[in-house]
Design a protein around this ligand. Structure first.
Ligand SMILES: Nc1nc2c(c(=O)[nH]1)N[C@H]1C(S)=C(S)[C@@H](COP(=O)(O)O)O[C@H]1N2
Ligand SMILES: [Mo]
Length: 529
């Protein structure tokens, strides 16, 4: 027989153990506990590392554990609602679990506390499994779990009229107290959760990037030899720092914020097996490091849009081979998370000698956010607009006939190998120098082919062959210098490079559009008396 407080006299309350909580209270305890625990984890994660939020982590785990066929179907049929759907489903599952925790705890709090702890452990395991989470970040799921257990016990006691309630307390005041406490916890939790979410959006990609740590290639690039640049004579350093690396993209105000743990790359189209890769999938492969000079098609003769870095990643060829590129696919059509697209020749992407990468690192660090974090393409020898998709999330094997990429639609070229070019960096334009020894120096590039020679002429005189730096590899620029003795006067220096195929840069200036500028760079300077 059920004993209720009504049936007993004040002062002779039955032992708490024997009274069962009303169903509604039991459910409310469990549901509010779940909200509080999720919110606590989300807030702490917002403060230290958004990827450590248990609810986000479990959402990602659900996504990662979903069979590829289901993921495929969801991408095809649900598009943008896929991600919210995972979280709505997860939310419902959590609330149901909370309600069950309450219902099995109508007498004693222990069963519900146990369920809260078990859910907390699932969160903890899932957070620990995230690519970008380190030891200290586990504070978020741990505090979430403790909040769950603690809030359940607290609400349970309040629901029973225990803990601070006087013995003479009426059922009515008991009920009010319960409503105020559960309501307060629920509202407070929602506010904390919202703050956590706000902090997470502020920290986003940067914190995800910071949590990755150093990327150590199993095949490092050979060290750059000492004689690889003429920086002391005014050329750039051989390797460009991440900060100085040129940047070209269609982003205006801010670049896409993609967290590594949210990133997915899909390889599909004319392939035998559609493939989906997570950041962990890529990171856990043997990483290779390659020294590559990137160039932008919009670089004017003498312009600055060229830089060199040690890119770390996995050979693009390996990913494409796993997908199994079908005969007939001539275009690798890649898309950025922001919708920007590039079309690369499949043969260039697959060419082992070229060594194209899906890059996740640059000069020893994870890719900077503005250079495509968490992953981008790099295909040596092709201008960036047809090869270097940043924030890349999709690669479709298709044909050049079937799809037109972003810049192609706007009148730029279809296939755009980098043209052999050279640039004068010293003396600077319109400089005035003391008479005597003058060093003219600069860079030249002919990616995939290599530079054979660089020649300089002054005031239209004879071409003089410049000294070249040690070649690092054929995918990189090469510096040159020429020492001359000059009498006072005005000078015009011109430069031209010849690549190993014997092509010498033509004199005629061609503008960048549609497939790259050509012509000789020149500099005017004065030698004083
Ligand atoms: N998503 C995206 N990727 C992009 C671009 C872009 O506008 N959006 N620009 C391309 C161009 S034109 C070049 S030259 C290179 C430049 O890469 P960087 O900014 O890292 O130097 O990125 C390529 N990848
Ligand atoms: Mo570019």
């Amino acid at each position: 027989m059920e004993i209720t407080t009504k049936a007993t006299e004040p002062g002779a309350e039955p032992t708490a153990e024997r009274v069962r909580l009303p169903l509604s209270r039991a459910v409310a305890i469990g549901v509010v506990t779940v909200i509080a625990a999720v919110a606590a984890g989300h807030l702490v994660a917002g403060l230290i590392n958004p990827a450590a939020s248990p609810v986000i982590a479990v959402g990602n785990s659900v996504r990662d554990l979903t069979p590829p066929a289901v993921t495929e179907w969801a991408i095809a049929n649900l598009g943008d609602v896929k991600k919210p759907l995972v979280f709505v489903g997860l939310g419902i599952a959590l609330l149901v679990a909370g309600a069950i925790a309450g219902l099995v705890s109508r007498r004693r709090p222990w069963p519900g506390m146990g369920i809260a702890a078990a859910i907390g452990i699932v969160g903890l395991v899932s957070v620990a499994d995230q690519a970008t989470v380190s030891g200290f970040d586990l504070l978020a799921p741990v505090l979430s779990m403790l909040t769950g257990v603690g809030v359940f016990l607290l609400l349970h006691r309040v629901a029973r009229g225990q803990g601070g309630a006087s013995e003479a307390q009426t059922a009515g005041s008991n009920r009010r107290r319960f409503l105020w406490t559960t309501g307060g916890v629920a509202v407070g939790a929602a506010a904390f959760g919202a703050v956590g979410q706000f902090l997470a959006t502020l920290r986003d990609a940067e914190s995800s990037r910071a949590a990755i740590g150093t990327l150590t290639p199993s095949t490092p690039a050979p060290p750059v030899p000492a004689g690889a640049d003429f920086a002391r004579q005014g050329t750039p350093r051989f390797l460009t720092s991440n900060r100085d690396f040129y940047r070209v993209d269609t982003e205006l105000l801010s670049v896409p914020q993609v967290r590594a743990e949210d990133w997915l790359l899909r390889v599909h189209g004319l392939v035998d097996n559609t493939k989906t890769f997570t950041f962990n999938d890529i990171r856990n492969r043997p990483l290779v490091e390659r020294t590559i000079t990137m160039t932008c098609v919009s670089n004017e003769v003498g312009g600055p849009y060229i830089s060199t870095a040690n890119f770390i990643g996995v050979p693009l060829r390996d990913l494409l081979d796993e997908a199994g590129v079908r005969a007939g696919a001539d275009q690798l059509f890649s898309s950025s998370v922001d919708g920007w697209t590039a079309g690369s020749p499949v043969d260039a992407a697959m060419d082992r000698n070229r060594g194209a990468l899906l890059a996740i690192g640059m000069n020893g660090e994870p890719l900077p956010v503005e250079h495509g974090f968490p992953a981008r393409m790099v295909i040596p020898g092709l201008y960036g607009f047809v090869s270097a998709t940043k924030w890349v999330v999709d690669m479709e094997l298709t044909t050049f006939a079937a799809r037109e990429s972003y810049w192609r639609k706007r009148g730029w070229g279809i296939k755009a190998p980098i043209k052999t070019q050279s640039r004068i960096d010293a003396p600077r334009g319109f400089a005035t120098l003391p008479p005597g020894k003058v060093t003219i120096a600069g860079v030249a590039w002919a990616q995939t082919v290599g530079i054979d020679k660089v020649e300089v002429r002054l005031n239209g005189g004879n071409w003089q062959e410049a000294e070249l730096t040690t070649e690092v590899n054929t995918q990189t620029w090469r510096m040159w210098r020429l020492n001359v003795n000059l009498a006072p006067g005005s000078y015009k220096a011109e430069v031209r490079a010849t690549d190993r195929r014997g092509n010498t840069q033509p004199a005629d200036r061609v503008p960048p559009i549609p497939d790259g500028a050509t012509g000789w760079h020149s500099t005017d300077f004065t030698v004083s008396r």
